[in-house]
Structure formats: C-alpha cells, structure tokens
Design a protein around this ligand. Structure first.
Ligand code: G6P
Ligand code: MN
Length: 453
C-alpha cells in the first residue's frame, strides 16, 4: 500500500508522515513517496522523514523521494496533496499586496486567497490527471491544498469524476481548542454539526458524549473574552514568542482570530463561527492591527520553516535531532484518520468539502460546501443540515458567487470576471480598490497565472 505526498518539501510533511507511520497497521502501508518540483527543498525534508521512519519509529516502510510524476504516482493507493504554489515567498505577497491597498491580507481569504487560488487551479488538475494515469484505479486523492474552496470548485468544474476529497483542518483545530477549554480529554467523544463554505462556516451544535456543550462553551468564551484555553492564555510570553513548540494555531497573529470568535459571538451568540469569518466580518479591524511589513508568512518563515531547515542542517552536522524540529499535530493525525476511514470502510464522521446536492437546502445545488459526512470506502455520505438563516446565507452567497466567478475567470482567461470576483469579495471596499489590487496581483503572479484578457 503506497501513499504519495504531493508537496513533499512542505514543513508539514514530517508531521504527516509521523501520523501515517503511527497508523501503519491500520493503513497497511508499505511505502511512502515524497513528490515535489523543488528537489533541493524536498531532499532536505526527506532527511528528517528518513530519520523519523527508520531511526525514530523503526518502521519497515520504504521511503521514495522523487521529482518524477510517474515514479511518484505509479500504483499509489492514496495521494495526500498539500502543494503550496509559489511557496512562502508568494504567500508573503498574497498577504502584503492587499494590505498596501487597505484590504485584508490573508493567504486564503480575500484578494490574497483569490491570487493563491489562481496559482493553484491548474497545477491541481495536473495532480488529478497524473493520479488518473498512474495510480491505482480506486486511488483517493485527499486534497488540502489551499485555498480549498476555490480549488475544489475548480475540481468540480474541470474534473468532475476525479477521485478527490477536499478537506480542511481548521474546524479540527477549533475543536481542539474547544476540547482544551472545556476540559475534554478525548476529543473523539465530541460530535458536531456545521455548515458553510471552506474557511467560511458555523458550528450549530457541539455535543460531548451526547450532551450539547455550545451554551457552556459560549459562557466560557464570554467570560474569557477569547476562545483559547486557560493553559495557553497563562503563558502569554509563549504566545507572543511564536516558537515552534505547542499548538501553532495559538501563536503569533493567530491570536486575533481566537479573540475575534469572542467579538463575533458577543453580537451573534447562537453559533460558533469558524475563525476565518473574522476576515470578512471584521475586515477593517484586521487591516488596522496588521503590520503591512510583517505578516503571517514572515512569522512562519521565521519559526516553523527556519526551525525545520536549521534543525536538519544541524542533524547533518552532528547526527542529532533535537526535539521539536518539526511540527506534528492534529493536522497530520486527522488526515491519516481519514485515509483509515476510506481504507477500512469505518464510516467515521468528518467534515468534507463537497458538492451541495441539497445538503444545505437554501444554497445552490452545485455549490462546493463544507458539511459533516460519514466516510467509508466509497467516499463521503453527507449529513444534510437545516435551512440556513438569512444572515449567514447572504454572506455565503456573496462568497460563493465570488469564488465561482474567480474560477470561471481563471478558466476562461477573463479579466472582467476576475475583477468581478475581486469586487464582490467582502474584504474589498470598492470596485476601484478591487482593480488596483488585481492589477498589482497580475504583476506579482506573472510566472503563475493564466493570461487575463
Ligand atoms: C489552518 C487552515 C489551513 C491554513 C493554516 C495556516 O490550519 O485550515 O488552511 O493553511 O491554518 O497556518 P499557518 O500556521 O501556516 O499560518
Ligand atoms: Mn484550511
């Protein structure tokens, strides 16, 4: 059983491989393949993956490291796709260009997310085509390449029969925080309902062992004025220091979105919002507290990335790997759990990004939505949700049409449609600003984007 990681040079690769290796019995995995177009970067990450598999965990799993698609995909059963087109250097531009124009600067939301989407659509189709050509006929692509909403809409449009499941770990990370805040040790005892688009949704119910805990959680958030567990808040220095230790979602500028959950719930207390909604509901405030010269991309390059690559260099010199060189967390665990569910037909409940087909009654049939589903060998069986209230539905429709226009504009090479997408996005104050940001983005992305006419 072969698992291929696309984007093998990612800082997340060692953590994900660790999660796979810890489930080697359930997955029956015999080989892990790393595939990337950046050989130098991937070769470095592979050093620590090799150490992890063969020295640390002493597994009998073969490791193959390649830049050749045929070698990467041949007979693979699972393809975990986590590519970042343009790497952190382009993430930095996605974040900084909109800020220069007074708009939210974020890797997956607003103009930055749209720019990133336009870089990723076609490389993602290449992954699907190569998998189709070389991998096992019943392969699954588990895709968490961002921006997942835009990428999954492009998959639906361009490769409707692809064996791909699009997913995101943010709701999982939120549930991790909820569990820690509420003192729940085993988060597998938590079952929740959720509706939305990717990075744009709401929890309507969170149950622990069958008991609704949303009211108690609301009380916690109101009392603490943030959705972060006490343990994190006590160590304010650690939060600010943004080191590689501990939960990465509690570090650096992530602080603001956990604070923002409180701010949103002060006004709209019925549901627990996805942290990303802050960029759309508090766009002005986010611009105000952002530093246009130092964004999350810089934080990541100065911590997770630096830590990993320097740690690998030191290992090559000294033969010793220090603790916390690489980031491992629920991100990798949950993706490996999803593979276990598909392989062993467990019908475990996950959130997936999938074509609506009536699951959300007042959202278009063909929207790519994020909803709970039971996952077994044939893929997700979606759990329908209730009619969405007008406020949330209105927000979703604006975002949905924005993303659909962007994907259409990208496929057709239409400047007008892409400009409409930028103009429609809730983080953008006017058509004129939309055009200014778009024109700067075209310049910055000229090596990546299709030509817009
Ligand atoms: C969450 C989101 C991902 C996103 C990541 C960024 O996990 O679900 O889609 O890429 O955060 O985290 P970072 O530490 O790179 O800012
Ligand atoms: Mn995500």
């Amino acid at each position: 059983m072969i698992i291929t990681l696309v984007g093998g040079g990612s800082t997340f690769t060692p953590g994900i491989v660790k999660s796979i290796a810890l489930r080697r019995e359930e997955l029956d995995v015999t080989e892990v393949r790393l595939f990337d177009i950046d050989k130098e970067r991937q070769d470095k990450v592979a050093v620590v993956v090799d150490w992890l598999l063969h020295e640390d965990l002493k597994c009998d799993i073969k490791l193959t490291v390649t830049t050749d698609p045929e070698t990467a995909y041949t007979d693979a059963a699972f393809i975990f796709a986590q590519m970042r087109v343009g790497k952190y250097a382009m993430r930095e531009k996605d974040e900084k260009i909109p800020l220069r124009h007074g708009c939210v600067g974020q890797e997956t939301c607003g103009c930055g997310g749209m720019a990133y989407g336009m870089r990723t659509i076609f490389p993602m189709m290449q992954v699907i085509d190569d998998a189709e050509k070389y991998a096992k006929p019943d392969h699954w692509i588990l895709n968490y390449s961002n921006p997942a909403s835009i990428v999954s809409e492009a998959c639906r449009r361009l490769r409707p029969n692809a064996r791909i499941i699009n997913i995101c770990d943010m709701p999982i990370a939120i549930i991790d925080m909820v569990a820690a805040a509420m003192g729940i040790k085993n988060k597998k005892e938590i079952v929740y309902d959720y509706y939305g688009l990717n990075h744009f949704g709401w929890f309507t119910s969170i149950k622990h062992n069958g008991k609704e805990i949303l009211p108690a959680l609301r009380e916690y958030i109101m009392e603490h004025e943030i959705l972060l567990p006490d343990t994190y808040m006590k160590d304010k220095a650690a939060l600010a220091a943004n080191t590689s230790k501990g939960n990465r979602h509690a570090k650096g500028s992530w602080y603001y979105v956990w604070k923002g959950v409180y701010e949103i719930m002060q006004n709209f207390p019925d549901t627990l919002p996805n942290t990303y909604l802050n960029y759309y509901l508090q766009q002005k405030e986010f611009v105000e507290h952002s530093d246009p010269n130092h964004t999350r991309a810089n934080e990541v390059m100065e911590t997770r990335e630096k830590n990993l690559f320097e740690g690998i260099d030191r290992y090559l010199e000294t033969g010793k790997i220090e603790e916390n060189v690489f980031y491992a967390g629920s991100h990798g665990d949950w993706i490996a759990d999803l593979a276990v569910a598909l392989k062993n037909d467990t019908k475990t409940r996950f959130l997936v990004i999938t074509e609506n087909r009536g699951a959300l009654p007042n959202i278009p049939y063909d929207a790519m939505v994020e909803v709970p589903a039971y996952v077994g060998k044939d893929g997700p069986e979606v759990i329908a949700q209730n009619t969405i209230p007008l406020f949330q539905q209105g927000l979703m429709m604006q975002q949905l049409n924005c993303e659909k226009l962007l994907v259409e504009g990208c496929i057709e090479g239409s400047y007008e449609k892409v400009l409409q997408a930028f103009t429609l996005n809730k983080t953008v104050p006017s058509m004129k600003v939309a055009k200014e940001v778009l024109d700067d983005m075209i310049e910055a992305n000229k090596d990546f984007w299709p030509e817009l006419k």
